[in-house]
Design a protein around this ligand. Structure first.
Ligand code: TA6
Length: 305
């Protein structure tokens, strides 16, 4: 990737002492944000928010030390964007899991210093011949990232065509935890879920979620915020949402971790995914000229001692 692109991005979108662009891992452009509240980083490859760290706090997002940075490849960590389908393609197994938005280079739309000291970065992706070969629809995606004391990430999917389209997806957030076996996830108590580790059986969550083995669950019909309570780090990470009626919880545990080439064998103890989703039956139909917003707000607070 040419340094010309970086120079051009900085000339057009850098904000002194707040937003800058540089060559990141794999040679892909990365946006670095530093403001009064926090540090953050966003890879233009897949518009993946790869880092968020409020000042005085430990990093909030998990990024695998074995992540692979390559064209057409999703980054293992941060917040990959699953769109326009979640999981395997509904009818064609030859198409990539979780759609194509997470594997394509996004462009920068604008950057802005907000009055409250936060920073907004907007990224865009539109259809082209490659995307239409995978999914025959015209669209304009925007990812609106606001870095403040909390992190706000909103995927806005606009239908720029003449036919309605049906999509699903997720903000596939990877959270960094001190010890995955010690955390609890609140907000899903009594909620029905599909257990993908147990043959897709339908179950109901009893109490807070704990992780003691491979976990891959789609919680259905829930608009509730979640909280990851992490006694090892001494913090509570809240995950609020917009435009979502399903929440996915994932940890690959030992065996799957070993099968993932871009994930360390023992890294499963350091992370959990809590994903704001449109998954399972929670698909979205977008009319021509219409849009759907899928958003998450991630907050951090110390646990009361
Ligand atoms: O969100 C959970 C999930 O759908 C799991 O089934 C697991 O496959 C995970 O995503 C990671 O998928 P990936 O395609 O990134 O390896």
């Amino acid at each position: 990737m040419s340094t010309d692109l970086i120079q051009d991005l900085n000339a057009r979108f850098a904000i002194a002492d707040q937003v800058s662009f540089a060559v990141g891992s794999g040679g892909f452009p990365v946006v670095s944000v530093r403001n009064a509240h926090a540090d953050a980083s966003i890879a233009l490859q897949g518009a993946d928010v790869t880092g968020f760290q409020p000042h005085g706090q430990e990093p909030v997002l998990f990024l695998s030390r074995q992540a692979v940075y390559a064209r057409g490849k999703a980054i293992r960590g941060g917040i990959p964007i699953c769109w326009p389908w979640f999981g395997p393609h509904p009818t064609d197994p030859t198409k990539p899991d979780h759609g194509f938005a997470r594997t394509r280079p996004w462009s920068v739309l604008d950057t802005r210093a907000m009055p409250d000291g936060a920073t907004r970065v907007r990224l865009g992706l539109t259809d082209d011949a490659e995307t239409r070969a995978l999914w025959p629809h015209a669209f304009a995606l925007q990812l609106v990232v606001i870095v403040g004391a909390a992190l706000e990430v909103t995927l806005v999917a606009r239908n720029t065509g003449y036919e309605p389209f049906v999509c699903s997806g997720a903000l596939h957030s990877y959270f960094r935890v001190g010890d995955v076996t010690a955390i609890t996830i609140q907000g899903l108590e009594g909620i029905a879920y599909v257990d993908k580790v147990d043959g897709g059986h339908a179950k109901v969550q009893q109490g807070p979620v704990t992780i003691a083995g491979e976990t891959d669950r789609v919680y259905t019909d829930t608009t509730a915020a979640c909280a990851i309570v992490d006694p090892t780090v001494g913090r509570r990470v809240t995950v609020a949402k917009e435009g979502s009626r399903s929440t996915v919880v994932w940890n690959p545990w030992r065996d799957k971790a070993r099968r993932l080439a871009d994930f360390g064998d023992d890294e499963y103890t350091e992370m959990v995914c809590v994903e704001v989703a449109n998954a399972g039956d929670d698909t979205v139909t977008v009319a021509p000229g219409g849009e759907h917003r899928l958003g998450t707000t991630i907050g951090v607070a110390a646990l009361a001692s």
